[in-house]
Design a protein around this ligand. Structure first.
Ligand SMILES: [Ca+2]
Ligand SMILES: [Ca+2]
Ligand SMILES: [Ca+2]
Ligand SMILES: [Ca+2]
Length: 218
């Protein structure tokens, strides 16, 4: 008994894939056959009587196995369910944090994994720690920022960020007060990276009163 999958053995999560079974006869000829289909393991939602398999939703690329039985024979086929949407899995769906990140730190269905939670009590919630790429279960792992006068020109201010990553964008915003709508990006800052630390020098900073915010995005 040989099983096949058209067009490939990879299925996007939530989509369907046509499976087929073939009987290999003693004289090496083959015979397409109708079979009783079953899910053996993995995130398959269903397989109908015609071998049309529907993949469930996953938080990472996941293996699955299906079987078909006919004429007293059983065949197996291995499939891969592809994680095509990073934020659609179970209790972690649609909350702005990649589900594989939530599962890796918190396991499945853990209420501590929600975006607004701060289970390690470092005053940075999970959504922020996800964007900042720090550990949401370790209070010693957090994103830090501080303000210092520039060493070469103390009339300018340095904002020092740590840690920074190449796959994140860090935007320094400045405003005259704490009203979010009044903040705008600092004009032509000087950026200096030293290891995992970034120094953003605000060249426009005179001594007037101002507030800074850091925006982290992917
Ligand atoms: Ca997914
Ligand atoms: Ca999520
Ligand atoms: Ca935290
Ligand atoms: Ca943390």
């Amino acid at each position: 008994m040989e099983l096949s999958s058209t067009p490939t053995t990879s299925i996007d999560e939530g989509s369907t894939d046509q499976l087929a079974s073939t009987l290999l006869l003693d004289d090496d000829t083959t015979l397409a056959t109708s079979s009783a289909w079953s899910i053996v393991d993995g995130p398959l939602a269903s397989i109908d009587a015609n071998g049309l398999a529907t993949a469930g939703l996953v938080y990472e690329d996941s293996p699955a196995t299906a079987s078909a039985s006919a004429s007293g024979l059983t065949g197996f086929i291995g499939l891969t369910v592809l994680d095509t949407n990073p934020d659609n899995f179970g209790a972690y769906a649609g909350d702005g944090i990649d589900d594989d990140w939530q599962v890796s730190f918190f396991g499945l269905d853990n209420p501590d994994a929600t975006p607004a939670s701060d289970p390690d009590a470092d005053e940075q919630n999970n959504l922020f720690e996800f964007l900042a790429k720090v550990d949401p279960t370790d209070s010693a792992s957090f994103f830090s920022s501080c303000l210092e006068p520039n060493q070469a020109d103390p009339s300018k201010l340095d904002v020092i960020l740590s840690p920074v990553f190449v796959d994140r964008t860090y935007t320094l915003l400045v405003g005259p007060d704490l009203v979010p709508a009044n903040f705008s990006p600092v004009t032509n800052p000087t950026i200096t990276d030293i290891g995992s630390e970034r120094i953003i020098t605000d060249n426009t900073a005179a001594m007037n009163r101002r507030f800074y915010r850091i925006q982290i995005s992917r």
